[in-house]
Write a protein that binds this ligand. Sequence first.
Ligand code: NAP
Length: 514
Amino acid sequence: MGVDQVGAGDHGARWNTGRVGYLDPMTTTTAPEEQRILDQVPKQLFIGGRWRDGSKGTLSVEDPATGDSLCEVADASADDAKAALEAAVETGPEWASHPPRERGEILRRAFEAIVSRADELALLMTLEMGKPLKESKAEITYGAEFLRWFSEQAVRIDGRYAVAPNGQGRLLTMKQPVGPCLLITPWNFPLAMGTRKIGPAIAAGCTMVVKPAQQTPLSMLMLARILEEAGLPAGVLNLITASSASESTGPLINDSRLRKLSFTGSTEVGRKLMEQASQNLLRLSMELGGNAPFLVFDDADLDAAVQGALIAKMRNIGEACTAANRFHVADSVAEQFAEKLAEKMGSMKVGRGTEDGVEVGPLIDQNQREKVEGLVNQAVGAGARILVGGQARDGAGYFYDPTVLTDIPEDAELLREEIFGPVAPVKGFSDEDEAIAAANNTEFGLVAYVFTRDLKRALRVVERLETGMVGLNQGMVSNPAAPFGGIKQSGFGREGGPEGIEEYLETKYVAVNL
Ligand code: NAP
């Protein structure tokens, strides 16, 4: 795929064609191809520009479609993590004064390298995370786009010059990098959750320690190698993989030389990290859990709503913070909507993401599958009706059938908890106020989806939704050129867009005496 074919808008447009995972068709991969890409991944820690072993030995990375080990990667101790911070601190001043144009060009070269290797990187991602190849390729494109976007932002960091209100002094402001950052990412988007942080940090002139999720470290290890090859100076990006996140990152959060923590993951862990970070008064970005409502009004184009629902629900096997968690549909069309959605979801091919035509891969692990099973069973026990699916698959891997539920009782836990799986509960509403009240009835506030053809209603509803983002007549909001982030218990801070780089910049004000 050529560089010009992967614009951010392009990515969104592909998803919005309706079929989940719509991209160029790929064929089933072979074991030797899989081994070849696994062999290419550096499996050590990357500290101060050197690849080195972890002091605690290694940890295993599993294929969630089979439960088999794919390979071993280095397991970092607290001392390894401190060495990574040391390297980031040492490199900080030089990197902060590095020409912004060169910082941008390194990102641009990395973007091009990722795009030129999109197929093999997609295969690697599917092996460690499970999603179908076509979806992995979409994430590679999306993830790379953050590097391109922030390569362009690197040269647009500026300040202000103003006359003081009394006319006597001058007010000067300048933007400076916040300093060494700790970036912690989850397993569900193994590359893009990294590039959303690494892109702006590099562009702003920050150095960093990156800690990917232990279940999916391979994509990030490859990214570190790509950035190294793109000319990123030693010590700017340091990467540790670890079997104990708290043991390795805890000492860094308490180290006064660290200036910022950017975290993407669960609200539960986010809260703990905020508490820890309070000792050091760290700058924080918190991209946390979601519980997205998907509203369909009676005037909506129902087929478009079903297509949007498929994307919002089934992208990433339902394991996305932006996944539609609950469908609130006008009473007059709720049954029809649920049946159409059940027909589409019931016909999706479930299997290992490397197989041709597969649209639904395995869940990440047995814990996640048990959580999904538990939520469905609780809802059914309380009176919900299964239209399609409703069970785990026998055999190897952590597969769960695409599921649509109706007659959802008010006390169903899945209305309040993040499901993180291929389960769509459909519940009716009688009017606009009831729909909005239901949508906002959650501690989370990441994203909501609204389907209506009435412009006045659309704007009325959008203004009253308590979320950081809204998909209006579309089932996907992610776009590197837009500010991604939530409110309430979904956290704070924005990734992407012009706002994204601000998270890595401090404002210094100079009072000028004339
Ligand atoms: P998680 O359990 O919170 O873990 C996220 C990351 O934090 C992993 O790297 C994990 O390391 C690390 N971690 C866990 N406990 C830690 C501790 N005590 N100290 C320091 N680091 C710690 O979340 P997850 O299960 O990987 O990801 C799913 C969650 O992420 C969902 O809630 C989803 O909504 C959210 N998410 C949010 C966004 C967003 O932009 N808002 C995007 C994607 C995902 P280990 O791998 O070693 O546990």
